[in-house]
Design a protein around this ligand. Structure first.
Ligand code: PSV
Ligand code: MN
Ligand code: MN
Length: 392
């Protein structure tokens, strides 16, 4: 009798061990749509409790060693204390997200605004975020802008690009050491006619003028239906400008659903290109989630998400690169596609569960969370959880 070949080789397991996916603090707060924010029992009442919940995800999966903060949603009296709290819970504070979309002054723009005083207010907010980064030890400042216009003729699109560049330069110049600026794009919403940073090309055009430590953030939910996102991944890696991912999944618009839920095959294809382009386990390419859990348990939603990324990464690592290349070179279309699909169709879940146990982790982190008693504990202890910020 021969021993069956393990689905995941030691080499693949070694690469999987390097995986790190940052969690967003706002995934743990209450959130919803413009119609309703549903409160869930046990929701964190402050940023400290959000970090405690995020730490559970890392404890059970060893996949999520850091947590992104959103300013001002996560403003605290002492970021030193928050940092210490994170460290005590086995995680680090990660990316700092700025917020220039919840202030009346920004109705017609922030970094692009016609009025220099409002632009300066938005720039100052980013300076304050950089101060937070010094206290938290964060490397990345992530900027997503809700700027654009609703009607043709409403705005001078060209002038706005120029002012955006000027504002971004001022922010970039304020960074020190290893700190980076990552500029996220999104094709529409809240502006519906034009958006100032709608696509990867615009983000790239802007950051390319700033310097080496200015990169593009690719949010997987921010593209028109049918967009070949993995092509964008390939191109940004090729240009050395893919700074980070915001993972989530979408059926229609910016749904912020659990990554891999809507289209696991798309997630596989994206991760294949990340690996192909040298972006995997590469500190230059940060993996993050950007999700909200409106109707499901938040901690479980985050656990499911990091496991989905891990599973699709394992499948992407299974692609027989040599066989694929040989088929591509010889023009064997169907053989190439078969190599690709073989990996995608391989169920890696039993092998991953087994591997987790060898590392002292629960084989099934979802079940382990439910059995841990943590959820009951927070439901009893916390009353009046906070909104993630969207409804605030
Ligand atoms: C808004 O579209 C958004 O979802 C962006 O993706 C940001 O990353 C996130 O909010 C947090 O600001
Ligand atoms: Mn995002
Ligand atoms: Mn979004």
């Amino acid at each position: 009798m021969t021993t069956p070949t393990p689905v995941l080789s030691d080499e693949i397991l070694g690469r999987l061990e390097q995986q790190a996916i940052e969690l967003p603090s706002w995934a743990f707060g209450n959130s919803g749509t413009r119609f309703k924010v549903f409160a869930t029992p046990g929701t964190p009442r402050d940023p400290f409790e959000k970090i405690s919940d995020a730490a559970q995800v890392n404890k059970l999966t060893a996949l999520a060693p850091s947590v992104a903060l959103h300013i001002p949603w996560d403003l605290v009296d002492s970021f030193d204390d928050l940092r210490k709290h994170a460290e005590d819970n086995g995680v680090a504070l990660g990316t700092i997200n700025s917020n220039t979309f919840q202030d009346d002054d920004y109705k017609f723009g922030a970094l692009t605004h016609e009025d220099a005083a409002i632009r300066q207010k938005a720039i100052d907010h980013h300076f304050a975020c950089i101060d937070v980064m010094h206290a938290t030890g964060s490397r990345d400042l992530k900027i997503w802008l809700a700027e654009g216009s609703n009607y043709p003729g409403q705005a001078d699109m060209r002038g706005r690009q120029d002012r955006l560049n000027d504002s971004l330069r001022k922010i970039y110049e304020r960074l020190t050491g290893e700190q980076r600026l990552v500029l996220e794009y999104k094709f529409f919403e809240p502006a519906f006619y034009h958006t100032d940073v709608p696509d990867w090309g615009t983000s790239y055009a802007q950051v390319a003028t700033l310097g080496e430590r200015a990169m593009v953030c690719l949010d997987t939910g921010h593209h028109a239906p049918g967009t070949n996102i993995e092509f964008i991944v390939m191109q940004l890696l090729r240009l050395g400008k893919l700074g980070s991912f915001d993972f989530n999944s979408r059926f229609y618009a910016d749904d912020d659903l659990i990554v891999g839920a809507a289209d696991p095959f798309q997630l596989f294809r994206i991760l294949f290109e990340v690996i192909r382009g040298g972006g995997y386990a590469n500190p230059d390419v940060a993996f993050m989630l950007d999700q909200c859990h409106n109707v499901e348990n938040k901690v479980l939603g985050q656990i499911r998400s990091v496991l989905n990324v891990q599973e699709m990464t394992a499948r992407a690592l299974l692609v027989d690169q040599e066989a694929l290349r040989a088929a591509q070179v010889s023009g064997d279309v169907l053989a190439a596609n078969a190599v690709f699909m073989d990996a995608f169709y391989t169920d890696v879940r039993p092998a991953l569960a087994q591997w987790r146990e060898t590392r002292g982790l629960p084989a099934d982190p979802m079940a382990a969370y439910l059995a841990s008693g943590y959820q009951e504990e927070i439901e009893a202890a916390r009353v009046g959880g906070v909104q993630a910020g969207w409804g605030a």
